[in-house]
Design a protein around this ligand. Structure first.
Ligand SMILES: [Fe+2]
Ligand SMILES: [Fe+2]
Length: 168
């Protein structure tokens, strides 16, 4: 499953990178719009599991973590919007349709195989941190907002790694 995750991710990322070459903040906005969806998919499934009496020992911890992550990702999204990332109709159209599909994919994936679903998001967070790192290295090393967001993504990847360990 991990190989399939990596393959799907690298194909999707290559397409987005190609479409958004030279348009940094539009690309960041699209990536943030998509990368946040798994967290509220995880929350949706955890709520449903709770309602069905399937609450595990790690349930409260995971819900708190994923809620904090959705808030943090919303801050990232707002930051990219403040820098013009969502100014164009075509970018909003592209990202908002993609996220609809991606949300439901994550709901089903997390219900059926939570550890693999966490691994996919873990890879995406690593990719996000790498993307911001490349921007800092090649475009603007003094951009403190992007540095802070990059560090948030690294933290998210650590949290997802811990979640994977927890549900072993
Ligand atoms: Fe983010
Ligand atoms: Fe993130």
């Amino acid at each position: 499953m991990k190989k399939i995750n990596s393959l799907i991710l690298s194909i999707t990322v290559s397409i987005i990178d190609y479409l958004y070459r030279g348009r940094h903040f539009q690309r960041f906005w699209v990536l943030e719009e998509i990368a946040r969806a798994p967290y509220f998919a995880f929350l949706s499934v955890l709520h449903l599991r709770e309602s069905l009496g399937l609450r595990g020992p790690e349930h409260i911890y995971l819900m708190e973590e994923h809620f904090a992550q959705t808030l943090n990702e919303t801050e990232h999204l707002e930051h990219m919007e403040s820098r013009g990332g969502a100014d164009y109709w075509i970018d909003r159209f592209f990202a908002r349709h993609l996220v609809l599909v991606y949300y439901w994919v994550n709901v089903v994936y997390y219900w059926l195989a939570p550890k693999s679903a966490y691994h996919l998001s873990y890879e995406i967070e690593i990719h996000a941190a790498t993307t911001y790192g490349k921007y800092l290295a090649c475009e603007d090393s003094n951009d403190e907002d992007i540095l802070r967001i990059m560090n948030d993504e690294i933290e998210h990847s650590r949290e997802l790694h811990k979640a994977m360990e927890l549900i072993k």
